[in-house]
Design a protein around this ligand. Structure first.
Ligand SMILES: Cc1cc2nc3c(=O)[nH]c(=O)nc-3n(C[C@H](O)[C@H](O)[C@H](O)COP(=O)(O)OP(=O)(O)OC[C@H]3O[C@@H](n4cnc5c(N)ncnc54)[C@H](O)[C@@H]3O)c2cc1C
Length: 473
């Protein structure tokens, strides 16, 4: 057993598993593969594009396409094996994966769960009068696809959106654009082609000029954004540095961004308020009770005793942040993955060789940050463990190795039996990981990266609009 572990390190046949193939996962995979490491990239979805497909609103199609091409280049690599449609924690246990004997396991699984709205009892309205941001975005980005089978939503006038970050402004834009499209079709006929990409670019008033209709003629009352602080405190612009001056400049820009959005998309804004209760009639949610707050100079919030606002609405959309979906076997500190060491290594607590990168740990929904964090941790992994200092890593792993190798042999033997209905070869080694991972690709009919991507890339909104236009002419 021990001999095998030594052989493994002497041969430097390092295998790394990456959970999640999107921005941060693909960055890590390519860096490792370029240095001779074999990488198994596992994604829960058919495509490895993560939030670029299901989060980033579809009007950002240029950014999406550019980033997706970048991921393709990184994953279409001889030393990368992409396994689609496998959800770790559901289709394959996390601990089982670790026990396979990978030199390292990297969690690049992003933040796919909405932070629950902290109003006691409100969850019973979920997917009825209460919608969460991640669900809404997934629907919005894909509902135009022929054969779309996901959840369906109908945006309501006077919807209330809870949140304050850039994503909540995206949610607001979706709501207002959907309302405008529906109202326009009611007025001018169902066949009218409304191009939401143009609507998003121009804003509501400018877009309506071509129809000779004013926003006021559409009969829309408009949605409302509720934020717990003031507009200037919204995290819409990050301060350039830590000085008071930089902070104040960022606040002015944040205020300006919100004002521009309000003008362009015609919504209402309630600052310094947070939901504490709901109004229910005949089993339906009919409104929200908001507690008034005051933002103190030190940034803290103070409840204004006895002051509440009641807002009547048939729809609440919660956009108060995303957190990682919990996977059995991974330790958490509240909602966050529990890690040790600073951000530059993000080693998952309780494991010698499990690391976390990207949105899963940065808490920032930003492509650049996800990529940079993925790159920083992977570089450290390469420098400290996989290349220059293999011996040190092996020593660190010594105790762990003894235990893991035994588990690895058992695990691989189990999988061999399961997959091929035959006993594992006597000389089973960690190199069988490569063989086993290929079998998981075969199971879903995966042949090569490019053809898999081509057959699974969804029909795009712009294609649907172009087709409709061609049919009309
Ligand atoms: C509404 C919205 C708007 C945004 N707008 C912008 C913007 O304008 N500019 C910008 O820079 N960024 C924007 N972002 C953020 C950007 O999309 C993310 O920061 C980026 O995609 C994070 O990359 P990641 O690799 O860390 O995570 P993700 O892209 O979330 O990738 C995680 C991957 O892990 C997979 N996965 C998850 N769990 C499992 C599991 N259990 N097993 C296997 N696979 C799993 C997922 O399928 C996914 O492919 C926006 C996000 C949202 C939601």
């Amino acid at each position: 057993m021990w001999k095998k572990a030594l052989n493994h390190s002497q041969k430097k046949s390092h295998y790394v598993a990456v959970i999640g193939g999107s921005v941060s996962g693909s960055e890590a995979a390519a860096m490792l593969a370029d240095q001779g490491v074999r990488v198994v990239v596992i994604d829960q979805n058919a495509l490895p594009y993560g939030k670029l497909e299901d989060g980033l609103p579809k009007w950002h199609h240029n950014l999406r396409d550019k980033q997706e091409r970048d991921i393709d280049q990184k994953l279409d690599h001889d030393r990368v094996r992409f396994i689609p449609n496998m959800k770790i924690g559901k289709d394959f246990g996390f601990k089982d994966l670790v026990d396979l004997g990978f030199t390292a396991v990297i969690l690049a699984n992003g933040a796919w769960k909405d932070r629950p709205l902290p109003v006691p009892g409100i969850e019973k309205f979920r997917d009825k009068e209460l919608i969460y941001q991640n669900d809404l975005l997934k629907w919005y980005n894909h509902y135009h696809e022929p054969g779309y089978k996901g959840k369906r939503y109908k945006v309501q006038d006077k919807a209330v959106i809870i949140g304050g970050g850039l994503a909540s402004l995206d949610v607001m834009k979706i709501v207002m654009m959907e309302l405008v499209e529906r109202a326009l079709k009611e007025k001018l006929g169902k066949d009218l082609i409304v191009n939401q990409f143009e609507l998003e670019k121009k804003g509501i008033d400018k877009y309506l000029l071509q129809f000779d209709i004013k926003y006021e003629d559409l009969g829309i009352e408009g949605a409302t954004l509720v934020y717990r602080r003031q507009a200037k405190n919204m995290p819409l612009k990050q301060p350039q540095g830590g000085t008071q001056e930089a902070k104040e400049k960022a606040q002015i820009v944040s205020q300006r961004i919100l004002d521009n959005y309000k003008k362009k998309f015609r919504f209402h804004f309630i600052p310094e308020a947070t939901p504490i209760d709901y109004i229910e009639e005949d089993g339906k949610l009919k409104g929200l009770v908001l507690q008034k707050l005051r933002t103190l100079d030190n940034g803290k919030l103070k409840k204004i005793e006895g002051e509440t606002i009641t807002v009547y609405t048939n729809q609440i959309i919660s956009s108060i942040g995303s957190i990682p979906e919990k996977i059995e076997g991974i330790p958490y500190d509240g909602d966050s993955i529990k890690t040790e060491g600073d951000d530059s290594i993000s080693r998952v607590s309780g494991y010698t060789n499990v690391f976390a990168i990207g949105n899963a740990v940065t808490g920032k929904g930003n492509i650049k940050t996800a990529k940079e964090h993925g790159s920083m941790v992977t570089q450290k992994l390469l420098d400290n463990y996989l290349q220059k200092n293999t011996q040190a890593f092996d020593m660190e792993l010594e105790a762990y190795n003894e235990e893991i190798r035994q588990k690895t042999d058992i695990k691989i033997a189990e999988i061999f039996k399961q997959l091929f209905d035959k006993a594992a070869p006597d000389d089973v080694t960690v190199d069988h990981i490569w063989e086993v991972s290929k079998t998981y690709q075969d199971r879903v009919g995966y042949k090569d990266y490019q053809s898999w991507i081509e057959t699974h890339r969804p029909v795009r909104y712009e294609e649907v609009i172009a087709k409709k236009k061609a049919e009309k002419n």
